[in-house]
Write a protein that binds this ligand. Structure first.
Ligand code: SF4
Length: 343
C-alpha cells in the first residue's frame, strides 16, 4: 500500500478500526486520509462473508449465522451468550473430511479449507453481533464449528495470531480453544511450536475398534499414537489438555466405558468434557440420560480424580449444538444482506 501514500501509521490505524473498532465500512475511518479511504472503498472490501440467514434459539442466548463465501459455499458460526461471558464457535473448513458418524458436518463431506481471513471474519461478525445486543466485548472463541482445524493448520494458526493481536481483537490465548478429532501430526506440531491456546481432543471411546467405528480418522491415527501425542503436548508445554466425550445412550456411556477412559488418561493433567449427543439427520443414536451422565462423571471423579463437566445443551432448537452445524450445498446466499467484516 506504499504506492497509495499509505504509511505504517495508517496501517496501524486501519487495523485498529477493523479489529478493535469492528468497523463495517471505510467511512468509519476518520483518521485515514480521504483519498486513501475512497481508494480502499473502490478497490477492496471489508470481510469475505455475507450473512445469508440468522436464527436465534427460543431462550435468546444462542444465535446462529449462515455465512456465504465468495465462491458460493457457506458455513455456520454460532454466538453463545452466558452469564458474564460470550463465546463464538467458528468454522475452519467448508464441510469436513473426518466423517465422524454423529456429526452433521462430517455427513456433508469435505468441500474446502477456509482462508485465515474467512476464519477471522466469523469472529469479527460474532463480536459485532454481540456488541449490538449488549455493551461487552467478545472474549472467548472455540474452533469447534464446521471442519477439523488441524487439517487446515496454517490458516487456522494465522487466524489465531490475528485474533490474539493486542492492537486488534486482543483475545487472550487462554480464551481460545481448538478442538481436534485427533490429528496426531497437528497436535505434535502445536506442542513443538509452543502454541499457547487450549487443546481439546475428541475421544468418545477408549477402545480403538469402538472409536474407529465412530471416528473414521482413528484408523489413520490410532489411539496409542494419539495418546502419545497428547502426552507429548502436556509434557512439552506443561499444560492441561481437554478430552471431549460425546455421550451416546448405550454405546459409550456405561460404567465400563467410564473406567476405560479413566485408566486411559490417568496421570495426564486432563479434564473431560461430557457432551450428551445432539440429534442429526444422519445418525440414529440417542443422547445419554442425565443419570448415565452423572454416573459416568462420578466414576471419573471418585475413582480417577479426573475433573469433568457435563456440557449445557444450548441452541439445539436451531441446530446450533455440537455436531449439528452444516451448510447444505447450494445454500442460497442473500447477496443484499450486510457484509460480515473482518478479513
Ligand atoms: S466432529 Fe469435527 S472432525 Fe468430526 S466430522 Fe464433525 S467437524 Fe469433522
Amino acid at each position: 500500500m506504499e504506492s497509495w501514500g499509505f504509511s505504517v501509521d495508517h496501517s496501524a490505524r486501519l487495523w485498529k478500526y477493523l479489529y478493535l473498532g469492528l468497523a463495517g465500512s471505510f467511512e468509519q475511518l476518520p483518521e485515514i486520509p480521504a483519498r486513501v479511504r475512497s481508494r480502499l472503498a473502490a478497490e477492496t472490501r471489508i470481510g469475505a462473508l455475507r450473512v445469508s440467514l440468522e436464527t436465534e434459539s427460543n431462550d435468546g442466548f444462542t444465535r446462529k449465522f449462515l455465512l456465504g463465501l465468495p465462491d458460493g459455499g457457506a458455513i455456520e458460526t454460532v454466538l453463545m451468550r452466558f452469564t458474564g461471558r460470550a463465546t463464538a464457535c467458528v468454522s475452519s473448513q467448508v464441510g469436513c473430511a473426518m466423517g465422524c458418524v454423529f456429526c452433521a458436518t462430517g455427513q456433508m463431506g469435505f468441500r474446502r479449507h477456509l482462508a485465515a481471513g474467512e476464519i477471522v471474519s466469523q469472529v469479527v461478525h460474532a463480536a459485532r453481533a454481540l456488541r449490538a445486543r449488549e455493551p461487552r466485548r467478545l472474549r472467548n472463541v472455540v474452533l469447534m464449528g464446521m471442519g477439523e482445524p488441524l487439517h487446515n493448520y496454517d490458516a487456522v494458526m494465522r487466524a489465531v495470531d490475528i485474533m490474539r493481536d493486542p492492537g486488534g481483537l486482543g483475545l487472550g490465548a487462554e480464551r481460545i480453544t481448538l478442538s481436534t478429532v485427533g490429528v496426531v501430526p497437528g497436535i505434535r506440531r502445536m506442542a513443538d511450536e509452543a502454541r499457547p491456546i487450549h487443546l481439546a481432543v475428541s475421544l468418545h471411546s477408549a477402545n480403538q475398534e469402538e472409536r474407529a467405528a465412530m471416528v473414521p480418522a482413528a484408523r489413520r491415527w490410532p489411539l496409542d499414537e494419539l495418546m502419545d501425542a497428547c502426552r507429548h503436548f502436556c509434557a512439552t508445554l506443561n499444560r492441561r489438555i481437554f478430552f471431549e466425550w460425546t455421550l451416546i445412550a448405550g454405546r459409550n456411556d456405561t460404567a465400563d466405558h467410564a473406567h476405560a477412559v479413566g485408566r486411559l488418561i490417568r496421570g495426564l493433567p486432563a479434564q473431560v468434557n461430557l457432551i450428551p449427543l445432539n440429534p442429526t439427520a444422519g445418525f440414529s443414536g440417542a443422547p445419554s440420560r442425565t443419570e448415565a451422565a452423572r454416573r459416568f462423571q462420578g466414576i471419573l471423579t471418585r475413582d480417577y480424580g479426573l475433573p469433568s463437566t457435563v456440557r449445557q445443551r444450548r441452541g439445539i432448537d436451531i441446530a446450533a449444538g455440537c455436531g449439528q452445524l452444516a451448510a447444505p450445498a447450494g445454500t442460497p446466499v442473500n447477496r443484499t444482506a450486510p457484509t460480515a467484516p473482518g478479513s
